[in-house]
Design a protein around this ligand. Structure first.
Ligand code: UD1
Length: 352
C-alpha cells in the first residue's frame, strides 16, 4: 500500500524523519518536497543529518506571496497524487506546504492524516493559525500531540477524527540527541562556553517583517549581559541586511545551523529566546528555560509548568524579565513516547 508524505519547510523534515522509518516498515512511502525551503542550510543539510530518504519529487516552488506559493504547490501536488494514487497522504504542522498538501488530497478524496493536529494560538493574524484550522477540517485522521489539542478539536466538533498520539518531536529528539552530542561540538568554532550564552531565534512575520519592530527587539536584546548567539533565518537576515539594522557586539549573527548542531546549542544554552513553536518544545524536552517573544503560544503546557515565559514583544523592557527568569518546579512529561510507532499502528489499522 502506498502512502505519500508531504514536506517543504525545515520543521517538517525533522518531524518526518522518525515517522518515515516506521512507515517504511509497513508501506511503500513516496515523499513530496514542495521546495518551500530550498537553501542547503534550510533543507539539504537536514536530509543528510537526519538520515531522511531523498524526496521522490521536489516541486521547487521557492518563495512567493502566500497565495502564489500555496497555489503552485496545490497544482504540483495534485498532479503527483493523481499519478501515484496513494491510499493516504500525511501532512505535518501548519505551513503553507501542509495546507496545499491537505487540500490537494482532500479534493481528490484521498484520506488525509494530519500530524500535529488541534494546535491553536487563537490568533488569526498568524498565517499558521489559518493553515491549522483549514487543515484540521479537511483531514480525516487528526493526530493530536497533547490533551489540550484534543480539547481544541472537540470544541470544533472534530472529536470523532481525533487520536491522542503524543508529539512526534519526542521521537525526533530521542533519535538525534545522542548522535548530536557525539559530534564535534559547534560551541568550539563559536568560541562559546556551555551555560554562558543565550540562544536566540526570530522569524515570525509579526516580529521581523516590520523594520522598527525588528530593530527594537535587537536593541532590547543587546542590553543582556551575556552573549547572545543568533542563527538567523533567511527571512530575518533579509530584513537586517536590506535595512542596515544595527546589531550590537554581544549578539553574534550566524548562518542557520543543521539540526544536530542546533540541538547541541540548545542543550548547552543558559536560556533560549525564540518565537518559534517547535523550539519552545525542544527547549522544554531538553530542560532548558525558554522565553517566547509572543503574546500567545500553542504549547500552553510549557508555560503552565513554569519553564516557558511568554513575553509580549511590544513591552518596553525585555532584557530585565529575560535575565530574571528562573524556572523552579519539575517539568512534567506531557508529550508521550514511542509516538511514531503509535501513529503507524493507527495508520495500519484505519487503512486495513
Ligand atoms: C515557514 C512557515 C512557518 C515555519 C517556518 C520554519 C508558513 C506560512 N510559514 O515560515 O510556519 O515556522 O517556515 O522555518 O508556511 N527563504 C530563503 N531560503 C530558504 C527558505 C526561505 O531565502 O531556504 C526566505 C525567502 O526569501 C522567503 C522567506 O525566507 O521569502 C520566508 O520563507 P517562507 O517559507 O515563506 O516562510 P518562513 O518564514 O520560513
Amino acid at each position: 500500500m502506498k502512502i505519500v508524505s508531504i514536506i517543504g519547510a525545515r520543521p517538517q523534515f525533522i518531524k518526518l524523519a522518525p515517522l518515515s522509518k516506521k512507515i517504511r516498515e509497513n508501506f511503500h512511502e513516496v515523499i513530496i518536497h514542495t521546495g518551500q525551503h530550498y537553501n542547503n542550510n534550510m533543507s539539504g543539510l537536514f536530509f543528510d543529518h537526519l538520515d531522511l530518504p531523498a524526496a521522490d519529487y521536489n516541486l521547487g516552488v521557492g518563495s512567493a506571496s502566500h497565495g502564489r506559493q500555496t497555489a503552485s504547490m496545490l497544482e504540483g501536488i495534485s498532479d503527483i497524487l493523481l499519478k501515484e494514487s496513494p491510499a493516504a497522504v500525511i501532512v505535518f504542522g501548519d505551513t503553507n506546504s501542509t495546507l496545499a498538501g491537505a487540500l490537494a488530497a482532500a479534493k481528490l478524496h484521498i484520506p488525509v492524516i494530519h500530524v500535529e493536529a488541534g494546535l491553536r494560538s487563537f490568533n488569526r493574524a498568524m498565517p499558521e493559525e489559518i493553515n491549522r484550522v483549514v487543515v484540521d477540517h479537511v483531514s480525516d485522521y487528526l493526530f493530536a500531540p497533547t490533551e489540550t489539542a484534543v480539547k481544541n478539536l472537540k470544541r470544533e466538533n472534530l472529536a470523532d477524527r481525533a487520536y491522542l498520539t503524543g508529539d512526534i518531536m519526542v521521537d525526533a529528539l530521542a533519535g538525534s540527541l545522542e548522535h548530536a552530542r557525539a559530534r564535534p561540538s559547534p560551541l568550539e568554532a563559536l568560541g562559546a562556553e556551555p551555560g554562558h550564552y543565550y540562544l536566540l531565534t526570530l522569524h515570525r512575520p509579526s516580529n521581523v517583517d516590520d523594520q522598527g519592530q525588528a530593530a527594537r527587539l535587537l536593541s532590547e536584546l543587546s542590553r543582556l549581559e551575556e552573549r547572545v548567539i543568533f542563527p538567523v533565518h533567511p527571512r530575518t537576515m533579509k530584513m537586517i541586511e536590506n535595512n542596515s539594522i544595527k546589531v550590537a557586539a554581544n549578539i553574534s549573527l550566524i548562518e542557520p545551523l543543521g539540526h544536530l548542531d542546533f540541538i547541541v546549542l540548545q542543550d548547552q544554552a543558559m536560556k533560549i529566546i525564540t518565537d518559534s513553536g517547535g523550539i519552545q518544545k525542544e527547549a522544554y524536552l531538553l530542560g532548558r528555560p525558554c522565553i517566547t517573544l509572543r503574546t500567545e503560544t500553542e504549547w500552553v503546557e510549557t508555560v503552565e509548568a513554569g519553564w516557558n515565559l511568554l513575553l509580549d514583544p511590544n513591552r518596553p523592557d525585555l532584557a530585565g524579565p529575560i535575565a530574571a527568569f528562573e524556572p523552579t518546579g519539575k517539568a512534567p512529561q506531557y508529550y508521550g513516547e514511542n509516538v511514531a510507532e503509535k501513529m503507524t499502528e493507527i495508520i495500519v489499522t484505519v487503512l486495513a
